[in-house]
Design a protein around this ligand. Sequence first.
Ligand SMILES: *Cc1c(COP(=O)(O)O)cnc(C)c1O
Length: 435
Amino acid sequence: MIFYSTKTASIKASAEEAIFNSLPADNGLYMPESIPTLSPDFISNIENKTFNEIAVEITHTLFGDEITRSEVETLINQAYDFDAPVRQINEKDYVLELFHGPSMAFKDFGARFMAAIMSHYLARSKRKIQILVATSGDTGGAVAQGFYKIPGISVTILYPSGKVSEIQERQLTTPGHNVTAIEVDGTFDDCQKLVKEAFLDPELNARFNLASANSINIARLIPQSFYYFSAYAQLKKLGKPIVFAVPSGNFGNLSAGLLAYRMGLPVERFVAATNLNNAVPRYLESGTYEPLPSIETISNAMDVGNPSNFVRFQRFFNDDWKSATEKVSGFYFDNEQTKTAMREVSETSQYVMCPHTAVAYQGLQAYREENTSDYTGVFLATAHPAKFIDLVEETLEKQIEIPERLKSLLSIEKVATSMNSSFSEFKKLLLSTLN
Ligand SMILES: *Cc1c(COP(=O)(O)O)cnc(C)c1O
């Protein structure tokens, strides 16, 4: 599979280069030069396939001869010992639960694949790499769990101080070993900017093999397409077109849905559901993209003012606004609307949603108001509600259960280095701590 840069089409990279470089030298984003489709035969029998079988088929189709099919099977089975079940919560709504992995958020799908494919390549070359990643909450936990103790890889995670939940913070500050946490006095955008600057810094690049694990990395994006196919496999028997409502921040998840669509997945429509960080829904409405500084909301993993994957999102539609509006509908919601949805679904369907998931649920309802044709509506549940326990319990005015996996974290001491958002300080820290 060959990738090109969204800024300079003549800059090309192999899959291995794209995965380890993360960003092309011109600061664009890597996109696959051509997108192969799954065989129609596979899609017509997909209801009989397991999640891992689907993941193997997609990976093999994309990577072709670069990795043998049996190596692909090994790495998929190493990455995934958890599923993406679809559940029906009421007469018309289905939820795709993406929180059954080690950090209990959907980012496990990307992080686990990325760790597995990087260790596959590193085992061949005996290199060492340093991963830098900014998190708005769930990336940190997923990356920490995904890369924990993987030989040849050390991980530095930057997170905005006070803007992630307690459980999220513990997930990334407690593993230790090859995982280091940096608590930044700033926003997620500040953290992301520091990481981007590090990748463009000649001195750091001369010293270290830097790699990213953010959703800009193609190795995170590709595996997120697996669960769209898996959801289709589970819902195919209903015989209706499918509408996916995706709670969106950096737009990696939705871009992966578009990749799945371009690989042949039948999708009626995508609903891009955001909080008040609504640059993409406004773009879909007006045709003008006007990113704004990020705003804090209760769905904090989606507090992204200027989504990194927007360029990819556009590229999937050949940068044509009208085509985008024919496949994607955008809606955005404020905190009060989100809380109302959480209460409503808890009361009427006895289903507890995290605030991000609630935004997707609302997006689906808003779409239903505009479009009453017959389709199956699925909203993506991107995190387990217990990851945001304080907010969820306060909103629902009742206690919810905490899975053992999360409960045990709360008794472990956090370890993190505090820093302001200046690049020179960050650079000094990397030079003195990485090796
Ligand atoms: C990261 C995250 C999102 C946003 O996903 P993007 O791919 O950045 O759009 C939504 N919900 C949760 C729980 C997340 O952690």
